[in-house]
Design a protein around this ligand. Sequence first.
Ligand SMILES: [Zn+2]
Ligand SMILES: [Zn+2]
Length: 178
Amino acid sequence: MVDKAQSHGIDLVLAAHILIEVPDPDRAAAKEKFLHFLEQKSLRITQQRRAIVDTVFGTDQHFTAEQLLEWARERDSSVSRATVYRTLPLLTESGLVHEMDFGKDYKIYDPNYAEHPNHNHIICKDCDKIVEFESDRLEALENEITSKLGFEVESQQLTINASCEEMKRAGACKNKED
Ligand SMILES: [Zn+2]
Ligand SMILES: [Zn+2]
């Protein structure tokens, strides 16, 4: 059996702070990499595209395509849905943003992928609230299981579908848009 105090201690403390710990220079570097990626593909960096890129690399929150559209329009009201939907595949192709399928009828995009490719997610099944965490213990266990089964780990992310505080308390979440 896992020692409870231990499992609640070190691992989770690390975890809850991951979002705040992504340093700004890293995000700026990721943005530069993406602009370079566009240049290499001879794609123009239009004003709309610039607003989308600034939005993606200016947040560490996970987002849906529609959320990205809304946030990018706060920077530049001319951003079109079509440009957002054309830019998202480029973002994932660059490897700097990760497309995640949580079994919903829309995808969720993770802007923290470049800095922390192996982090894990807990997602509320009702409001999509996401908490990220990293755990050395979990990673060690995944490596152990994988090699025992004759494989070698390429990447690892665990998703835990869960109920957030509000869902547990009230049976539904008010802030489904957030
Ligand atoms: Zn994430
Ligand atoms: Zn919730």
